[in-house]
Design a protein around this ligand. Structure first.
Ligand code: FES
Ligand SMILES: [Fe+2]
Length: 341
């Protein structure tokens, strides 16, 4: 039987430091959506792992991203989202253009040879897939399309991502290591036991609930027990792009939620999910789906926090994986261990 990762890896700050350096910083991270940039020039603040990032779009429509840290003395600059054409640091009012160039610094004319041209914001890579904006704070990243692999094609079997409308963002902090949150996402072995409402809707038996991997991508496909002719989407489909991106598509009407699983500390994880729906999906259906997903989310929070307390106790060295039902966790752990080796 395959073993889990050593439980020490779920609470050791040195492991988290290495994960950030070798796994998370070099990875493309979902950062937000193009709707946050408004219709013209604008920006939104986000993060890539623990790196604060600001995504901008100038008047000509060019999207850029920068480390959202002032080149003066390090304050985070932008917060939220805005249609403004400049970024102004709240500390001493250094002002940057949407192209990252330092435009003005109060009293800089009193500093002989002030190197304004060298004090632009530090760029990070940015690219989009439909309305989804990704950033990469690593050095020399591969193209986003290489990272996404067959994910856009698999999603396109159910949805046209360009036809989606952003609805809302859900955010949460969980008292568990980020890998425990990822691993919980990657198996539905617990669904029958822990998600009764979900299991009423989706057939979670091993022969009907299909698991597959391709490169860094893991996919779970579940047929609806209660499919009706009105259902435009005949199945649920859940994707995980290693190291930390989750995507949920439920059966029924056009819908998707997407977001990263971000470590804040060895025992604390931040998540957000952007929900999008087809333009014609009615408000009642959306409200029902959000309530359903919230219920599943609350059930999962208890599960992962219980796991964290267990593995972080130090009383047991490691666990075991069910070879068939937990094969996607095995895949996640192999990729993670290889990157840390
Ligand atoms: S830290 Fe930004 S202007 Fe001083
Ligand atoms: Fe779950």
């Amino acid at each position: 039987m395959e073993s889990t990762l050593a439980y020490a890896w779920y609470s050791d700050p040195e492991i988290l430091r290495r994960e950030e350096e070798r796994i998370l910083r070099p990875a493309w991270q979902y950062a937000g959506h193009t709707g946050q940039l408004g219709d013209g020039a604008g920006f939104f603040a986000t993060r890539s792992g623990r790196t604060p990032v600001v995504v901008t779009r100038d008047g000509a429509g060019v999207i850029r991203a920068f480390v959202n840290v002032c080149r003066h003395r390090g304050s985070v600059i932008a917060e939220g989202e805005s249609a403004r054409e400049t970024l102004q640091c709240p500390y001493h009012a250094w002002t940057y253009g949407l192209d990252g160039r330092l435009r003005a610094a109060p009293r800089s004319d009193e500093e002989p040879g002030f190197p304004r041209d060298e004090l632009g914001l530090v760029p990070v890579a940015v690219d989009t897939w439909g309305p989804f904006v990704f950033v990469n704070a690593g050095t020399d990243p591969e193209p986003l399309s290489d990272t996404l692999g067959s994910l856009p094609a698999q999603v396109a079997e159910l949805l046209d991502v360009d036809a989606l409308v952003h609805h809302s963002r859900w955010e949460a902090e969980v008292a568990a290591n980020w890998k425990i949150v990822c691993e919980n996402f990657l198996e539905c072995y617990h669904c029958q036991v822990a998600h009764p409402a979900f299991s009423d809707v989706v057939d979670v038996s091993p022969d009907a609930y299909l698991l597959s991997t391709e490169g860094n991508l893991s996919t779970q496909r579940g047929v609806l027990r209660t499919a009706t002719p009105e259902d435009e989407l005949p199945r649920a489909q859940f994707h995980f792009l290693w190291p930390n991106l989750g995507i949920n598509i439920f059966g029924g009407k056009p819908n998707i939620s997407i977001g990263p699983i971000v470590p804040l500390a060895p025992d604390r994880t931040y998540r957000f999910l952007d929900y999008f729906f087809g333009a014609g999906v009615d408000a009642d259906w959306i409200a029902e789906l959000l309530a359903f997903d919230d219920q599943v989310g609350r059930e999962d929070r208890k599960l992962v926090e219980d796991v964290h307390r267990g593995v972080a106790s130090g009383a047991v060295e490691r666990g075991v994986l069910m070879g068939r039902s937990e094969q996607l966790i095995g895949h996640f752990q192999q990729l993670t261990a290889a990157a840390l080796a």
